[in-house]
Design a protein around this ligand. Structure first.
Ligand code: ATP
Ligand code: MG
Ligand code: MG
Length: 587
């Protein structure tokens, strides 16, 4: 196994494992049912983490980091990781998003089944428990119904450096509050007329502890619970309970939630004291979110790019969604590599987009079969072909390794014919200094083929070059004893005109023209790159004719490509360029 560098999360987990922090836990039954903790079996998973997406959009590269981190730690330490749909908002959960989230987690290489359990959960299944928790807090004098208006509440919260002002409703008795809260639940009050608040400290330096709301009235049909509820828990109250009911040990989230941790602890410690939950309870740990340049990751912004047709759907290869990255040719391993390399730290920062491309190259270099492709083809005519090979229609066998570092993977077979496609940039009528490819009088090697000598070109009436002319230098075939007899500096990639296969190739550039498209008030739509997608007609070597969607290749000198999983099929090939071979972007 490869050695993973330590980080603060691994250190915390290793400490908890060695101290047996969670050794006494029991787990079983269905979370949310009150008997859950007491009735369970000793928990075989030593640690439990969770990935809790809100099913309101497609997952993106930032989520991939969180998935790799949470599922990765569970795997590394022999624990379990839950997939939890955080659906406590009564907004419509779209099945499309739910399905896509499940697919993305699995595609990334992770599984929520462990120790015989299917650890896929829905936070909305815990509404009953959350409600009981709220009544218990009220009973203990730890929560009250506040009937101030939203504006009054905001004004009385105070702000940084200024303590808040107690609500006139703060002094109500538990009995009064309980009656009021039940009226809220029973639909006796309009939306927004009152909220249940935790009673903590209106002067706390942490504004999140100034009596945060824990329940609000909202008449909305929930996809799971229908119209059972017209009050819904706030995220900051619901989340710690979800974690506790699922026996999560390490609740890992991004730094924005650091200031919420005291309330996370407040909720769990009080519900433990009140006997609704049991110790040892989960703890929250924060790490810096993944920020990559040249992309946006807000679900709202991604949704807008899709809805306004700036891109062709959620899986457009230019999007940083997991489905988009997959269609672009990114591998699960490359995203895991990026997640690992981006590290786990408390210091936020920006990672250059090229780190994603570097991770892909590092993964695919050893794996991807090589292939020849000509992306901007011009015909090369070998004018002495019949003389050298006996006939104009002769097909001279040629072969190249599937992978230069792995001869055991065999070779690709193709043919050299009297006409081949070469890159237009591989010929210059008048060479520039240092140019070693084709120009009249110069010799270069057709890769895996023969040395040729350029003799000129043909042009159309507009002066555009329509064909390059050359002669074959006999007895210089690659792999034969004569191969080195003629020394040349230039090597030309090519594909036979007779057997090459046409292919549509989609070349992508950054979707935005600036590194931080949504920073500092920039409207991200004004910095879209109008040239982020270019489609060219290319020719690829004949062995690629049967390429299947998702097949990945390194096209020699052009980069890594994938057969488009939706649009490509044998006979109608479409390739996406995942990335070039080297970084062509200045950092
Ligand atoms: P958005 O703000 O785009 O709606 P979100 O963070 O609200 O995204 P959730 O579905 O709530 O989306 O996220 C699920 C999990 O993914 C959360 O635990 C969150 O911390 C984590 N996550 C989201 N974005 C990133 C990121 N850029 N880096 C690391 N983790 C992330
Ligand atoms: Mg969220
Ligand atoms: Mg968010």
């Amino acid at each position: 196994a490869d050695h993973k560098p330590s980080n603060f999360l691994r250190q915390i987990i290793e400490r908890d494992l060695s101290q047996g922090t969670y050794a006494s836990r029991r787990f079983g039954g269905s979370p949310g049912d009150a008997a859950h903790h007491a009735a369970g079996q000793p928990d075989p998973a030593r640690i439990r983490t969770r990935f809790p997406p809100e099913p309101n959009g497609y997952l993106h590269i930032g989520h991939a980091k969180s998935i790799c981190l949470n599922f990765g730690l569970a795997r590394e330490y022999g624990g379990a990781c839950h997939l939890r749909f955080d659906d406590t908002n009564p907004e419509k959960e779209e099945q499309e998003y739910v399905d896509s989230i499940r697919d993305s987690v699995q595609w990334l290489g992770f599984d929520w089944h462990s120790f015989g359990d299917d650890n896929l959960y829905h936070a909305s299944n815990y509404f009953d428990f959350m409600y009981r928790g709220a009544e218990a807090l009220i009973g203990a004098g730890l929560a009250y119904v506040d009937e101030q208006t939203a504006e009054e509440m905001r004004a009385n919260r105070g702000d940084f450096g200024h303590p808040g002002v107690d609500s006139p409703f703060r002094g109500r008795t538990p009995e009064e509050n309980l009656a009021r809260f039940r009226e809220m639940r029973d639909g006796k009050h309009p939306d927004g007329s009152m909220v249940l608040r935790a009673k903590i400290d209106m002067a706390s330096p942490n504004i999140n502890l100034r009596d945060p709301a824990i329940y609000r009235i909202r008449r909305a049909t929930h996809h799971n619970t229908g119209d059972t509820w017209c009050i819904y828990p706030m995220y900051t109250y619901a989340h710690p309970i979800e974690d506790a009911l699922e026996n999560i040990t390490h609740s890992i989230c991004t730094l924005e939630f650091e200031d919420q941790r005291p309330f996370y602890d407040w909720v769990l410690d009080h519900l433990c004291e009140l006997g609704l939950l049991s110790q040892p309870r989960p703890h929250q740990y924060e790490f810096a979110r993944l920020n990559l340049t040249y992309i946006v990751t807000s679900k709202r912004k991604l949704r807008q790019l899709v809805a306004d047709k700036h891109v062709d759907g959620w899986d457009d290869p230019r999007l940083p969604t997991i489905v988009g990255l997959r269609r672009r040719g990114y591998t699960p391993e490359s995203l895991q590599l990026l997640a690992e390399r981006s590290g786990v730290s408390k210091a936020g920062g920006w990672l250059d987009y090229s780190s994603l491309e570097i991770a892909l190259r590092d993964d695919l270099d050893a794996k991807a079969p090589r292939a020849s492709a000509v992306l901007d083809p011009v015909k090369l005519k070998l004018t002495n072909f019949a003389e050298v090979f006996g006939s104009e229609s002769h097909q001279e066998p040629a072969h190249a390794p599937v992978h230069p570092a792995h001869p055991e993977r065999g070779h690709r077979d193709f043919v050299l014919t009297n006409e081949v496609w070469i890159e237009r940039e591989d010929f210059l009528e008048v060479p520039v200094k240092g140019y070693h490819r084709l120009y009249p009088g110069n010799k270069a090697r057709l890769k895996y083929g023969y040395v040729i000598e350029c003799t000129g070109c043909e042009k159309d009436a507009d002066g555009r070059i329509t064909a390059v002319l050359a002669t074959v230098v006999p007895d210089t075939k690659s792999g034969t004893p004569g191969a080195d007899a003629v020394k040349v500096k230039g090597v030309i990639t090519w594909v036979s005109v007779a057997t090459g296969v046409p292919a549509e190739v989609r070349l992508f550039d950054r979707l935005f023209t600036v590194p931080q498209p949504d920073a500092g008030g920039t409207d991200f739509l004004t910095v879209l790159n109008p040239d982020s997608k270019k489609v060219v007609q290319a020719v690829v070597e004949s062995p690629l004719a049967q390429a299947q969607g998702d097949d990945k290749f390194q096209f020699e000198r052009h980069g890594y490509f994938v057969a488009d999983r939706h649009d490509s099929q044998p006979g109608k090939l479409v390739f996406n360029r995942t990335t070039t071979l080297k970084d062509t972007w200045a950092a």
